[in-house]
Design a protein around this ligand. Sequence first.
Ligand code: PEP
Ligand code: MN
Length: 264
Amino acid sequence: MNTNNTVPSLDLRNFQPKSQFLLIGGPCSIESKEQMQEVAPILTQSGVSFMRGGVWKLRTNPDSFQGLGVEALTIFNKIQTQYPLQLISEITDPRQIDILLPHIAAFQVGARNMYNYDLLKELAKTDKPVILKRAFSATVDEWLKAAEYLKKGHQGELFLCERGIRTFETSSRYTFDINSALIAKQRTQLPVLIDPSHGVGLREYVPSLVWAAAAAGLDGAIVETHPNPECALSDGRQSLDLQQFQSLLPKLDAILKLDERSRL
Ligand code: PEP
Ligand code: MN
């Protein structure tokens, strides 16, 4: 594995919330070379520079696909020689910090690890941007307290991400909570992203949530995108196919233009 990857020119540390909207596309998990070969050109043609892709997965069911681990990084490194994409991936254990550091543009802290303060303390020692997801049972105060752990001494850009909470509602996977995304942004002045894919869990509603978040002045979206969602090894029901992903862009760009923003 090439651990001397040079970080390409686009850097999340220069993110400008007033003029930019960070759109991250890509699959829930990096599954294979073939999958990456299909996703990468579409993201690149669409002007997307940051790809999501799970390397290690935290699954509710221990028998579900757990991610390819370092093999996923090897696959992504090859893709990166062909396409100008940077990887954003979830860290599930502090022992992965040094492995992931040379390969990623940002660490994603998943909902299940928002309360893992030892992990947050270790990430705060790095200068890598971090995307901190809200746990599905966390109040805004708890979420922002977790962000405080990351702010202590951390040199990288910090992003918050609302990914849906657990409520009495069963017609969607989680309940996407735009209220709290707006409150978190106002209270912290940090950029706040949304993850509509987990937020609703049903792909047909994902584009509308991206447009709503952009219109509401939020700072970006992480959209699960897969060449063949029906066969995805994780989260297929909420993943857009590549054409659906491309189709959401013109309206997103039109909304951003109203605020003189553009996609990063
Ligand atoms: C993911 O992004 O694939 C994921 C597992 O998200 P969350 O931590 O929000 O459940
Ligand atoms: Mn997922």
